[in-house]
Unconditional design. Structure first.
Length: 133
């Protein structure tokens, strides 16, 4: 991974800052995501829960939606910040990210923010669904 480490820490700080805006009245599990796009811009997202639980949006997909709606399709890395355990993206978010290629996924436990876990998306979801047309 050729991305400088300080970029990962910068992304993680943006993800942690985004957590403050999470709408998580049910789980109280506030998650933030920060997506570095090819244009150098960081798009953040938070989880947005809903009383109808199934409609809840993950922070990662909110960040992807913001980036795509801004015309971005090339994603370099995404960082995820959560209050406790190292927050790997869920399967649905991995699939949504895989739509746009193989980015770097950066996670850290909020209690140990200097201990990064850096992986490629393809390691987390090696057999992403592809529509064969
Ligand atoms: Zn998710």
């Amino acid at each position: 991974m050729n991305q400088p480490l300080h970029d990962f820490y910068r992304l993680l700080r943006a993800a942690a800052a985004a957590r403050k805006n999470a709408h998580a009245p049910y789980s109280k599990f506030r998650v933030g995501a920060a997506l570095l796009a090819g244009n150098g811009k960081i798009y953040t997202g938070t989880n947005i829960e809903n009383a109808s639980y199934g409609l809840t949006l993950c922070a990662e997909r909110v960040a992807v939606g913001k980036a795509v709606s801004d015309g971005q399709r090339n994603f370099i890395a995404i960082a995820i910040a959560a209050p406790s355990a190292t927050p790997f993206p869920c399967g649905a978010c991995c699939q949504v990210l895989a739509e746009f290629g193989d980015c770097i996924v950066v996670c850290a436990d909020a209690r140990r923010p200097r201990q990064l876990c850096v992986q490629r998306l393809a390691e987390l979801l090696p057999r992403a669904f592809r529509l064969a047309c």
